[in-house]
Design a protein. Structure first.
Length: 115
């Protein structure tokens, strides 16, 4: 997960540029990404981006190790590879997919070989 001040093609002066990327390894069948806080438990917390909903997206393990994204009716929507996804509709992710949420949060999906 990275801060991308130019995530939607227009520079965002409020983005906290220079933050190091954060890596998360997914172990659960379902992993929620959302704004960090005390009222909702998320496995991948996003700090400082008010455009990210508390419960923004769910990543779901699919058949044969596939990964699916479901927008949880977030306030500001979600894009995968620059395409808006519909709330509640499962979107199959591929290795290298870029998820855009909030004002500047970018999530790069990478497959790992655990064999």
């Amino acid at each position: 997960m990275t801060v991308d001040s130019n995530l939607y093609g227009i520079p965002n002066p409020d983005a906290p540029a220079g933050q190091p990327p954060r890596k998360f390894r997914l172990f659960d069948r379902e992993t929620m990404i959302g704004r960090a806080g005390t009222d909702v438990r998320v496995q991948v917390p996003v700090h400082g981006d008010a455009g990210v909903s508390r419960r923004h997206v769910l990543l779901i393990e699919g058949p044969r190790g596939s990964l699916v994204l479901r927008d949880l009716n977030s306030a500001n929507g979600t894009q995968v590879d620059g395409v808006e996804v519909l709330p509640g509709v499962d979107t199959l992710l591929h290795d290298g997919a870029v998820i855009a949420i909030g004002a500047w949060t970018s999530v790069l999906v990478r497959a790992i070989d655990i064999s």
